[in-house]
Design a protein around this ligand. Structure first.
Ligand code: PHE
Length: 340
């Protein structure tokens, strides 16, 4: 005879032990399924002695009802706890601080370049442009530097393999010729800025560096206009009180030529290590455009005169931001770049 109480106990333990709906379904099939012990027993009732059949049938139905409601309860409990678990798993702590995104900024050379160009823009100079791979003709000859000129030695030039007659431009001055040829015979004020190349490499020289160049051509332009423009430029970069000194110098493409010094921004002119005790720091080259260069540009030097100046952008950035090694500008070291 089937022990109905034992069956109930075992089935209830199974149901309680189910940890998810799949296990619970397993238990249902096992205990309440068509091939389970209860269905079996119900089918066997007809073999029991007639006076026990009724009792047995009632007992089996009670067990079946009990197991069904136990399963119902267990199913509800599992469902509730899986929702709770999921809520816990996907919880979002809105009180945590956000993850900051690193924000980039302009490179110090870009800042110096922008400041230089903005200053000249304010003085009426318009942007002009030229290629970094330049013809020797524009980089040298048109600027009054023939092949045998000693000034070529100062421009340690990169030549372009397989392209005779082409160099990596050693300065931005070829843009003078390009701008003049585009605009002659009209008066002209242009500024250009960009990369230039020389075979140098030490704490103050890099094989690639940047220059900014200004050029004005018109009637009656003289050194006074050059000096006034340089004052406008230097005040915009180094402040209203900056002092300027023009020193006679030589460039093949300007005559007369002057190198321009500013009062030392580190010692205020008293003399220090950086200005080597002189109180002045050289910042650019300049002069009145040579008649040969004006003619190359398409102007008549009997009618038009002009002035030009060239500035090293790295040099300005080093002075403005107190950077003492030019190579720092090209190393992409975030410890430096984050300071700008
Ligand atoms: N091109 C000259 C240099 O690279 C600088 C310069 C420009 C000088 C314009 C005078 C006039 O050294």
């Amino acid at each position: 005879m089937l022990d109905v109480e034992a069956l109930r106990g075992e089935a209830l333990r199974d149901i309680a032990a189910a940890v998810d709906e799949a296990q619970l379904e397993q238990a249902r099939i096992e205990w309440l399924g068509r091939k389970g012990p209860i269905a079996d027993a119900l089918r066997g009732i007809k073999n029991a002695p007639p006076d026990e059949r009724r009792e047995l049938g009632l007992a089996l139905n009670r067990v079946r009802d009990a197991l069904e409601s136990a399963m119902e309860e267990r199913r509800a409990a599992l469902k509730a706890s899986s929702v709770t678990a999921r809520l816990a798993r996907e919880a979002l702590d809105v009180t945590l601080p956000g993850r900051p995104r690193a924000i980039g900024g302009p490179h110090p050379l870009q800042l110096a370049e922008d400041a230089l160009v903005d200053a000249l823009h304010a003085l009426g100079f318009q942007l002009a442009d030229g290629p970094e791979v330049e013809s020797e003709e524009l980089n040298f000859e048109a600027l009054n530097i023939p092949a045998d000129h000693p000034a070529r030695e100062m421009h340690d030039t990169f030549f372009v393999e397989g392209h005779p007659g082409y160099v990596l431009r050693t300065h931005t001055s070829p843009v003078q010729i390009r701008a003049m040829r585009r605009h002659a015979p009209a008066p002209l004020r242009v500024v250009t800025v960009g990369r230039v190349y020389r075979r140098d490499d030490d704490v103050t020289h890099s094989p690639v560096f940047h220059q900014m160049e200004g050029l004005a051509v018109g009637e009656g332009l003289g050194m006074q206009h050059l000096k006034g423009t340089l004052y406008g430029l230097c005040r915009a970069i180094f402040g209203q009180d900056v002092r300027i000194r023009l020193r006679p110098s030589y460039f093949p493409f300007t005559e007369p030529s002057a190198e321009v010094d500013i009062g030392c921004v580190f010692c205020g002119g008293d003399g220090c290590r950086i200005c080597k005790g002189t109180g002045f720091i050289e910042i650019l080259g300049s002069g009145m455009v040579h008649p040969h260069v004006l003619r190359e540009g398409g102007y008549d030097p009997a009618r038009h005169t002009g002035f030009a100046f060239g500035v090293g952008v790295e040099r300005i950035a080093m002075l403005r931001y107190g950077v003492d090694d030019i190579r720092l500008f090209f190393q992409s070291d975030l410890r430096l770049l984050r300071q700008f």
